[in-house]
Design a protein around this ligand. Structure first.
Ligand code: TYD
Length: 134
């Protein structure tokens, strides 16, 4: 599976660091929604879904967490622990997040507003859709 990580430029000086996110410049879509997860309990695993059309980019702006990505054929684990790295979550990728550090703030940029009808929450249905899509 092709895991797409976007290296974001970090503007650092002796005052600290700054990363800018700009639609259609370093973020490859128009940003319609931003959400973030925090205070996630260490033993929690969340996600357990794929999206039909939604494109997203996840950034651990603080702390770290892991992603399990599944394209219906193979799975891959990715650790996000750098606020200057974005993980592309394309449509029809089943994803689960786990191993959240206590301080983790996981921010996600999305190209659509929240729409429950875009979710595939049933794994068997996901495998069917993924195999028809390829
Ligand atoms: P949920 O989809 O269960 O999170 P995850 O799959 O990442 O574990 O979302 C948790 C709750 O937040 C659920 O009630 C839906 C709501 N929600 C919104 O209202 N807007 C959003 O943009 C998102 C991502 C979730």
């Amino acid at each position: 599976m092709d895991v797409k990580l976007i290296k974001l430029q970090s503007h650092g000086d002796d005052r600290g660091s700054l990363v800018a996110l700009e639609e259609l410049i370093n973020i490859p879509f128009a940003i319609k929604r931003v959400y973030y997860m925090f205070d996630t309990q260490i033993e929690v695993r969340r996600g357990f879904h794929a999206h039909k059309r939604l494109k997203q980019i996840a950034i651990a702006v603080r702390g770290s967490c892991k992603f399990m990505l599944d394209d219906g054929k193979e799975t891959q684990e990715v650790c996000l622990d750098n606020p200057a790295v974005g993980l592309c979550l394309d449509p029809i990728i089943w994803h689960e997040m786990f191993d959240f550090s206590e301080d983790c703030i996981l921010m996600v940029l999305a190209d659509q507003v929240y729409d429950e009808s875009d979710y595939i929450r049933d794994y068997a249905e996901f495998v069917k859709v993924a195999n028809n899509a390829s």
